[in-house]
Design a protein around this ligand. Structure first.
Ligand code: GDP
Ligand code: MG
Length: 327
């Protein structure tokens, strides 16, 4: 799926607003369902199987459900709490459909309980600067490409800063994404100072009247401590060039790393103050319950989810769509 598809689709949308709105919704929901299919198997199909031949809910069934929830990476305590809540309603539940409905409602209310730490939308002068951070391989560059395409479709002018200068291939990969997404890019030579790339990008973005700057960063330096110091320096330099920036510190986490993602989030948040999370690779894992863990324990808003490697495989996180796609 390419940006051309997107463009064609948005043109069609102008022609047949109503029809196309709902077909676009269906299209993205189906992609979400497909992306979450491995987690859906655990949370939905496997629960169906537990009910075969059962007429009522007993302790052994509840124990097995708890195991399934833990397997999906919902987290031990949360899984226990969920099962306990459902067991209280068990007299009203007599089959798998009712059980899954109850579970879905409980998970949704957990997701909606989150009190995200959000910086208030203040009036800022263009450009909006989004600094993207996370360990190596989580999907920062890919997410930047997808975000650039998304903002471009919204009619915004996007500039990407190639501030991961640690590996030569990182810049090449970013150039390809910028091209696909119709975004501009500012890059220096290999091993250049990442903070100066960020600085030049902001300067260029102001001069060219850009709306959004997406700053790519390295996820691995010689030591973890160095990485945090380097990122702090980039953040500082950005704010020197443009007061109030970066407006967003977007942490990218890889869903396939399970609970490890939570400890990464704590480290990055302590060092840099994370304002939003993008959770990638939900399509590659049966551990999609990590979404619940993230919303439940981190108190940082889950903004985007990645459900594949294509340019349109990034969605705004929506708790209702998420549970609807799972059950
Ligand atoms: P970075 O090191 O954080 O910049 O990570 P990259 O953006 O280079 O991504 C690492 C790998 O993860 C690449 O092979 C991507 O195609 C892949 N990837 C990123 N996001 C997703 C996703 O949502 N789903 C899947 N299946 N793969 C992804
Ligand atoms: Mg990268």
């Amino acid at each position: 799926m390419t940006l051309n598809w997107f463009k064609k689709h948005s043109n069609e949308k102008k022609e047949k607003q109503d029809n196309s709105d709902s077909s676009e919704k269906t299209y993205f929901f189906e992609r979400l369902k497909k992306g979450l299919s491995k987690t859906c198997k655990i949370l939905s199909t496997d629960i169906d199987e537990l009910f075969t031949g059962k007429k009522e809910i007993d302790d052994s069934l509840l124990e097995k459900v708890e195991e399934l929830l833990i397997t999906s990476d919902i987290g031990v305590q949360t899984s226990m709490d969920l099962v306990q809540k459902i067991s209280k309603k068990s007299s009203k539940i007599s089959d798998a459909i009712q059980f899954k409905h109850a579970l879905k409602e409980e998970i949704l209310s957990l997701l909606n309980l989150q009190t995200p730490k959000q910086i208030p939308e203040i009036n800022y002068t263009k450009p909006k600067v989004i600094m993207v951070i996370g360990v190596n391989g989580v999907g920062k560059t890919t997410t930047i490409g997808k975000l650039a395409a998304k903002f471009n479709l919204e009619g915004k002018k996007v500039l990407i800063a190639a501030a991961d200068t640690f590996r030569a291939a990182a810049v090449e990969q970013l150039v390809i994404w910028a091209d696909r997404a119709n975004a501009q890019i500012v890059k220096h030579k290999d091993n250049a100072d990442p903070a100066s790339v960020a600085y030049d990008s902001i300067e260029a973005a102001i001069a060219r009247d850009m709306d959004i700057v997406l700053v790519d960063t390295a996820g691995r330096l010689h030591t973890r401590v160095n990485l945090m110091e380097e990122l702090k320096k980039i953040k500082r330099i950005i704010s020197k060039k443009l007061a109030g920036a970066p407006h967003e510190i977007l942490l990218v986490l890889d869903a396939t790393t399970g609970q490890n993602a939570l400890s990464q989030a704590k480290l990055f948040d302590d060092a840099l103050g994370v304002t939003g999370i993008a959770l990638t690779k939900l399509d590659g894992t049966a551990k999609g319950g990590i979404v619940v863990s993230i919303c439940n324990t981190l108190k940082i808003q889950l903004k985007y989810i990645g459900i594949g490697e294509n340019i349109d495989d990034l969605q705004d996180f929506n708790s209702k769509d998420f549970v609807d796609a799972l059950f």
